[in-house]
Design a protein around this ligand. Structure first.
Ligand SMILES: Cc1cc2nc3c(=O)[nH]c(=O)nc-3n(C[C@H](O)[C@H](O)[C@H](O)COP(=O)(O)OP(=O)(O)OC[C@H]3O[C@@H](n4cnc5c(N)ncnc54)[C@H](O)[C@@H]3O)c2cc1C
Length: 348
């Protein structure tokens, strides 16, 4: 199996922070994975393209960067079935499908990252999420050294959630993702920005609209290093929502199937007066307050400190605790992000 020692991670994470990885393994087949389980230390991290990962501290844990490639298409009378290696790039997969008349992923265009990471947080945008198409994932289980299929129900997909963030975390690797697309495609145009498109719009047009909207709103990590939404949109119960709207007036909100209400974290951050603030070379983006940007820091810790400040201010104003979407990785591995445990300096 291929591996490298003392790898700088700056080009392996979209926040572009410095951290040194002692060993990075690049398994590319089942044999490599079996070999890997024999040498795996207690702490390790599985890395895709690092667009949802924040490394904190000078050294990272051992990193596994799988290299499983390939896209296979089969079809039935009604569906296209697409099986994709985990290391393929997500946006390239979207383009690949649309070019071949396989419709469905257009609303998920331009989301950075790898295909293997997509089920982990059930990526979503513009009213569509991976769970709408994912029928199974191929999973290499470290305990048994075997590949197995995990079906969509077992993946326990929810808003930015799946079993891979919980009971299966660090117990194996997603090597392949299977997506199924109905041949009778209907565009999903419910989301603001898409809802003015005509009903007979083409997939290409929807995709171009999504790309246009995203590029106008989100900073490009190439120029302003970031990891997209830093926090998840909080979900509150109806009673609490009523109290909030009595106090703060009309606020963006999205009723959920179970009666709860999803709020817009970016709006809460903006209302807390934090849009555009800067501290320690990092800041809250001036157009989209949900995005934290690394302007000129080398340290993940600076971003953690800012995130903690944002959490504190939003909590003071709304009594809501924002939870991060981004994975925080210390030398001892991924941690559950309680910023208060990680702050090393104040933020004003
Ligand atoms: C500008 C920008 C915009 C974004 N917009 C969106 C958006 O609209 N919607 C959205 O949902 N997300 C969005 N994101 C977040 C990000 O694109 C997704 O989370 C993406 O899936 C991350 O892919 P990655 O390969 O970079 O993951 P990484 O950051 O490398 O890893 C993320 C998680 O997946 C795990 N993982 C990765 N590969 C595997 C594997 N093969 N097996 C098991 N576990 C694995 C990692 O251990 C980690 O827990 C955005 C990010 C950026 C920078």
């Amino acid at each position: 199996m291929k591996y490298s020692k003392q790898v700088s991670l700056q080009t392996h994470n979209s926040f572009s922070v410095h951290s040194l990885c002692p060993v990075m393994f690049f398994p590319e087949n089942e044999e490599d994975l079996c070999q890997l389980t024999k040498v795996l230390p207690k702490s390790f991290y599985i890395l895709g393209e690092g667009s949802n990962t924040l490394f904190v501290g000078g050294e990272s844990p051992v990193i596994i960067k799988p290299n499983f490639r390939g896209i296979k298409i089969t079809e039935t009378l009604e569906n296209y079935i697409v099986q994709v290696g985990c290391s393929e790039n997500w946006h390239q997969l979207v383009c690949f499908c649309i070019e071949r008349g396989i419709n469905g992923l257009e609303n998920l265009a331009l989301i950075p990252g790898s295909v293997g990471a997509a089920p982990v947080q059930n990526i979503g945008a513009y009213g569509v999420e991976l769970a709408d198409f994912c029928t199974s994932v191929k999973w290499f289980d470290f305990a048994t050294d075997k590949l197995q299929l995990i079906n969509a129900e077992e993946c326990k997909f929810a808003y930015r959630e799946s079993i891979f963030k919980h009971s299966l975390k660090n117990t194996g690797i997603i090597t392949e993702v299977e997506l199924t697309f109905s041949k009778s495609w209907q565009p999903i145009l419910t989301y603001p920005g898409l809802n003015k498109l005509p009903a007979n719009v083409s997939t290409q047009e929807v995709m171009q609209k999504v790309i246009g909207l995203r590029t106008s709103k989100l900073p490009d990590p190439e120029h302003k290093p970031n990891a997209g939404s830093f926090f998840k949109n909080p979900v509150v119960d109806l009673n609490f929502f009523k109290l909030l709207s009595d106090k703060f007036g009309e606020m963006p909100h999205y009723p959920q199937k179970n009666g709860n209400i999803k709020l817009a974290a970016g709006w809460l951050i903006d209302q807390a007066g934090l849009k555009g603030i800067r501290q320690g070379g990092v800041g809250v983006h001036d157009k989209q307050a949900l995005v934290l940007v690394n302007f000129e820091s080398k340290k993940g810790q600076d971003i953690v400190n800012l995130a903690a400040y944002v959490q504190q201010k939003v909590f003071e104003k709304f009594n809501i605790k924002l939870r991060p979407e981004v994975r925080i990785v210390l030398s001892e591995g991924e941690v559950n992000f309680q910023t208060n445990d990680l702050i090393t300096s104040g933020c004003s």
